[in-house]
Design a protein around this ligand. Structure first.
Ligand code: ADP
Ligand code: MG
Length: 701
């Protein structure tokens, strides 16, 4: 089948027409024959078995029976009105009932003709019935391509309401196969199909829609999943290779004076082995001819900042400028304060640029960046403004990248004639499977070790009615000189209620912890930024013992003396948020605590989240659970990236296939980077088509 043919509008397929086409477009994003072909069933119902009526049990679920309709009548009044049929085979009879479409059914049902009915069996009024069964004349049933494993296609309420049922979709898919005679060209090279014993494309498509057996279905699924993941990996790895060969970075050939001065004289602690390893990886990237594009993952508190600093020093040693962008004002201020003291010792100029930088200062910064006087700039989104121009930006570091969109990332990229090296730091551990797919075009470094001497945070779950005990515990900790965070959820949809909760909570803490013995800070999003900073600073300086806050403190702030994190309505937070919040404590030498407060009523997911937090402090383990609970689309707002809208593969369940697909994509591109070889021509062809018809995700260019 020529692939152009498959680009025909779905409207022209038999059984579709303009109205259904419109619906399919809107509801399932099916525009072309190709899209329909790639509408893979969510699941299958086993219809290998035909029941005899005498064998039905109250426990039988979905049943399929062959028989005839003997009697058809409308019964009941008004809202209870329904159509009832007596359906019988040679062993007994059951009732079929319909509450909707009565008129049409009365006219179309054929009496005394063999039908196959299928549906959910119920025991009601002392007899078996099936409501709204699927029905098909036996003669049609036998002709149908449809096989024993009946596919259930994705659907929406609107489709069902407009009578585009699963049966209708099955029927139009069938028409597509009749129209194309099921001839679809192969999309993977022969050598790969042989090596992996893959089912051909044609057989896979047939068996995914009309499985002939469980075994063929499994093989079809494997092949299609593999193919999907293979082409995504091919795309990602290819981009990475192009970057490395075509996009010249600035080779930072020397590790010089500033780096050594810092490393030898000012490093405040010994680096952990993980930090040393990551530093080596970064140095190798920076020293090569290619642009670095590296993702640095490290749990909260694992010590990413020092890595950022040392990387920037290498840029400076080679005569370049560097920048560090953070998602919030508070976090950039903190970075700035941390790094400034080092920079002063090393005679490096460093400045902070945020939304609240005053105009005169801002102007000076712009000038000194452009004339090269300024070495390092730290800031928020303000760095992305067009007015910000560098003399020679050599390295851009982005902290907590998932808060910045991909588009923003590329904006930094274009601030130079040549793209700077890029280091993205994230504290949200990303499971390997996901990292490989979402960030497949980045190289990945991991700090998987915390600095020595950290005690894991003790985490407990407490119910709201134990609050007094929790208050007592807080007082004991304050008496030991510790500080405490109390965090309230703030979800946009219920903002007003949430603010009320926060204020009520603040009032009760204020009562329970009276001045002058206790001082309580509060920080939330409705405060002016100057007031926020003032309150934040009081807490950082140790002038207040309790910080009541919404999630504004989620990212970044470092108060080593804070040793207790109380999270209110903890069930309302996502796992990665809980983990981030907990990371705010446990930074000093003291034993730290995290107290998760909830009511007695918890959803299953809510309970799982709380239990996971109590059980482990391992960010990667938490991320895996999170991925399972939420699905990859939700995680880190990656849904826009599109790569996660996989048609058939599942990043959680198909990890092994993903690894295999990645292995093959690498192998192909290693041996044949331009896909020029005769035996890879199928790959080149398919890849070109995928790109052309936008069936593959286009990663940032
Ligand atoms: P994050 O990865 O969360 O950004 P930071 O860089 O803020 O972590 O580091 C957390 C704390 O650990 C900081 O106070 C930092 O000075 C300290 N730290 C970092 N690396 C080490 C180390 N190798 N040994 C001891 N303390 C360290
Ligand atoms: Mg940090």
């Amino acid at each position: 089948m020529r692939s152009e043919f498959l680009q025909t509008s779905i409207e022209y397929l038999k059984g579709v027409g303009p109205n259904r086409a419109e619906l399919l477009r809107k509801e399932l994003h099916i525009n072309t024959f190709q899209d329909l072909l790639n509408l893979f069933p969510n699941r299958y119902i086993d219809r290998t078995h035909y029941y005899k009526i005498k064998d039905l049990q109250p426990s039988s679920a979905d049943v399929q029976i062959i028989g005839t309709i003997k009697q058809l009548e409308t019964v009941g009044q008004r809202s209870g009105k329904r159509l009832a049929a007596t359906f019988q085979d040679e062993t007994g009879m059951i009732e079929l009932v319909w509450f909707r479409g009565v008129k049409w059914l009365r006219e179309s049902i054929k009496m005394n003709m063999p039908y196959v009915v299928f549906g959910r069996l119920k025991w009601f009024n002392n007899k078996f019935n099936i409501a709204h069964p699927e029905m098909e004349l036996l003669s049609e049933h036998n002709k149908s391509l449809r096989s024993a494993m009946q596919p259930i296609y994705p659907s929406t309420e609107k489709l069902t309401n407009r009578n585009v049922t699963n049966r209708v979709i099955s029927a139009i898919v069938q028409n597509l196969f009749l129209e194309t005679k099921g001839e679809f060209s192969e999309t993977l090279p022969e050598w790969m199909c042989t090596e992996l014993r893959l089912l051909s494309k044609k057989d896979s498509l047939f068996n995914i829609h009309f499985p002939k057996s469980q075994e063929l279905l499994a093989r079809a699924q494997f092949r299609l999943k593999f193919e999907e993941l293979f082409y995504i990996q091919l795309q990602l790895i290819r981009k990475n290779l192009i970057r490395k060969t075509k996009i010249k970075g600035f080779p930072f050939s020397q590790v010089g004076e500033k780096f050594h001065a810092f490393y030898n004289d000012h490093l405040p602690f010994e680096l952990t082995d993980a930090q040393k390893r990551v530093m080596k990886e970064i140095r190798a990237d920076l020293g090569s001819n290619a642009q670095m594009n590296r993702l640095l993952q490290g749990d909260v508190g694992s010590g990413k900042t020092i890595i950022a600093l040392m990387s920037m020093l290498i840029a400076l040693d080679n005569g370049f400028q560097a920048c560090l962008m953070a998602p919030t004002e508070i976090l950039s201020v903190q970075h700035y304060n941390n790094l400034r003291s080092y920079c002063n010792k090393l005679n490096i100029s460093i400045k902070l640029l945020t939304g609240s930088t005053i105009t005169s200062e801002r102007k000076k910064i712009h000038e000194s960046l452009e004339n090269g006087e300024l070495n390092i700039i730290i800031g928020t989104h303000a760095l992305l403004e067009d007015r910000v121009k560098f003399q020679n930006l050599g390295l851009a570091i982005i902290d907590e990248q998932h808060r910045f969109g991909v588009a923003q990332r590329s904006k930094l990229w274009h601030k130079n004639v040549s793209p700077p090296h890029i280091l993205i730091m994230t504290a949200t551990p990303i499971p390997r499977t996901l990292a490989m797919s979402v960030y497949g075009d980045l190289d990945i470094s991991v700090i998987d070790e915390l600095p020595p001497g950290r005690k894991p945070v003790k985490t407990v779950h407490r119910y709201d009615n134990n609050r007094l005990k929790v208050f007592r515990f807080m007082k004991d900790e304050i008496a030991k000189g510790r500080q405490i965070y109390v965090v309230y959820p703030l979800i946009q949809e219920s903002e007003t209620m949430d603010y009320k909760d926060l204020m009520d909570g603040y009032a009760s803490i204020d009562r329970e912890f009276p001045k002058p013995q206790y001082q309580v800070s509060i920080v939330h999003g409705k405060m002016k930024s100057a007031d926020k900073d003032y309150e934040m600073q009081r807490f950082v300086n140790g002038e207040t013992q309790i910080m009541v806050a919404t999630t504004v403190i989620e990212v970044g702030v470092d108060v080593p003396n804070a040793s207790v994190m109380v999270i209110e309505s903890a069930e309302r937070f996502g796992l990665s948020q809980l983990h981030q919040l907990r990371g705010r404590v446990g930074r000093g030498a003291d034993q730290s605590f995290c107290i998760l407060m909830t009511g007695h009523k918890l959803s299953n997911d809510g309970r799982t989240r709380i239990e996971t937090m109590v059980k482990t402090t391992d960010g990667f383990e938490i991320a895996e659970v999170d991925l399972k609970l939420r699905g990859p689309g939700d995680l880190m707002g990656t849904q826009q990236s599109g790569v996660l809208n996989l048609k058939i593969a599942n990043l959680i369940k198909d990890k092994d296939i993903l690894a295999q697909a990645r292995y093959y994509a690498k192998k192909v591109l290693n041996e044949d980077p331009k896909l020029e070889r005769q035996n890879n021509i199928t790959i080149l062809d398919t890849y070109a088509k995928l790109v052309k018809y936008r069936n593959i995700w286009n990663y940032i260019g």
